[in-house]
Structure formats: structure tokens, C-alpha cells
Design a protein around this ligand. Structure first.
Ligand SMILES: NC(=O)c1ccc[n+]([C@@H]2O[C@H](COP(=O)([O-])OP(=O)(O)OC[C@H]3O[C@@H](n4cnc5c(N)ncnc54)[C@H](OP(=O)(O)O)[C@@H]3O)[C@@H](O)[C@H]2O)c1
Length: 167
């Protein structure tokens, strides 16, 4: 099972200046609960934006850079290699961004775990359109903003209408 995890605004915006657009501790907790103990795949820019390897998960970072080494992460030269390696470690693989990697992996993905943040913000990075002909929303749980979480948001789960053939 390959699952994309993404937090996006109402215009599919996900980031600006290599940063996230909001501070939502409830979303970070949800992300941690879902991904802990599973391999996570990310682009080099997302890794640099996080600034460190996330604990208790195999961090697989995709980059074309040669001779690049960082403590605690596995660097691979292609998305295909990242997925192949992650699948060897665990049946459940998470793709955690950013925009460039989401675009290349949406067609390989079985499930989307979306946090839909109820706002529109200036951004330079976006999630691809979720095509309702392909994706079925099977669950939605909404939360109101509070003193620590600056926007209302909904956790949404999407499944593919037509399952991917075994690769
Ligand atoms: N809201 C969310 O849920 C969320 C989640 C994650 C990230 N983000 C945001 O998204 C933004 C970053 O996204 P981004 O699209 O700019 O970058 P990205 O997808 O994180 O990383 C792009 C980099 O990945 C490498 N790469 C991509 N495709 C490759 C391929 N086929 N083979 C080898 N390497 C490949 C390249 O690294 P090299 O240049 O090293 O070759 C490329 O520059 C930030 O603003 C971040 O905060 C948001």
C-alpha cells in the first residue's frame, strides 16, 4: 500500500519559500501517528525544509545530487528506486512530499491522507488536482481552530476507485 500524506489549502497550496504555510500541531501529531514505524519518501527540498531525519521511520530522500551524504537518511537517485526500496522494508509506504514528488507519485498511489486546511494562502508549491473520477473520499473528520491550531481543517481519506494492478 502506497499512501500520500499531504496538508493543503483550498487552492491545493502546500508550501512557499520551502516552508509549510501554517502551524497546526494537531496535524503534525496525526502525521506522526500515521507514519511512525513505516518508511517515508520525500524530495530533497522537503528534507531540507524539515531539516533533519524524522525519528522512528526510515527516511528515504530522492535527489539527483551526487556525493551528498546526510546522517540518518537514505538517499536515492529516483522515485522508482525509492518506492522499490521502501516496499522491501514494509508493506505500508508513505510519500510525504513535496509538490514535485507528489506529481510523480500520484499515479502509483493507492490512498491519500489529506488534511484540508480551510484557507487560501499565497504559495509557490501545489498538490495536483484530486480527480473525482479516480478518487473516492471515504472518510472526513473536521476540527475547528483553537488557541494552538490557527485554521479549521478536515482529515480526509481518499481511495482509488479502480485499484492499481500489482506491480
Ligand atoms: N503541506 C504539505 O503537506 C507539504 C509536505 C511536504 C512538503 N511541503 C512543501 O513543499 C515544498 C517543497 O516541494 P518541492 O516541490 O519544491 O520539492 P520536493 O518535491 O520536496 O523536492 C524536489 C527535489 O527532489 C529531487 N527529485 C525530484 N524528482 C526526482 C527524480 N525523479 N529523481 C531524482 N531526484 C528527484 C530533486 O532534488 P535535487 O535538486 O537534490 O536533485 C528535486 O529538486 C516546501 O514548501 C515544503 O514545505 C508541503
Amino acid at each position: 500500500m502506497i499512501t500520500i500524506v499531504v496538508a493543503m489549502g483550498l487552492d491545493n497550496e502546500i508550501g512557499a519559500d520551502n516552508q509549510l504555510l501554517w502551524h497546526l500541531p494537531k496535524d503534525l501529531k496525526h502525521f506522526k501517528e500515521m507514519t511512525t514505524d513505516h518508511p517515508i519518501i520525500m524530495g530533497r527540498k522537503t528534507y531540507e525544509s524539515i531539516g533533519k531525519a524524522l525519528p522512528d521511520r526510515t527516511n528515504i530522500v530522492v535527489s539527483r545530487k551526487k556525493d551528498w551524504f546526510e546522517e540518518g537518511i537514505l538517499i536515492v537517485g529516483s522515485v522508482k528506486e525509492a518506492v522499490k526500496f521502501a516496499k522491501k522494508i514494509d508493506e505500508q509506504v508513505f510519500i510525504i512530499g513535496g509538490g514535485n514528488i507528489y506529481e510523480q507519485t500520484l499515479d502509483l498511489t493507492d490512498k491519500l491522507e489529506v488534511t484540508l486546511v480551510q484557507t487560501n494562502l499565497e504559495a509557490d508549491t501545489f498538490f495536483p488536482k484530486i480527480d473525482p473520477k479516480i478518487w473516492n473520499k471515504i472518510e472526513e473528520v473536521c476540527h475547528e481552530k483553537d488557541e494552538k491550531n490557527e485554521f479549521d481543517f478536515c482529515f480526509q481519506t481518499y481511495e482509488r476507485k479502480v485499484k492499481l494492478a500489482e506491480k
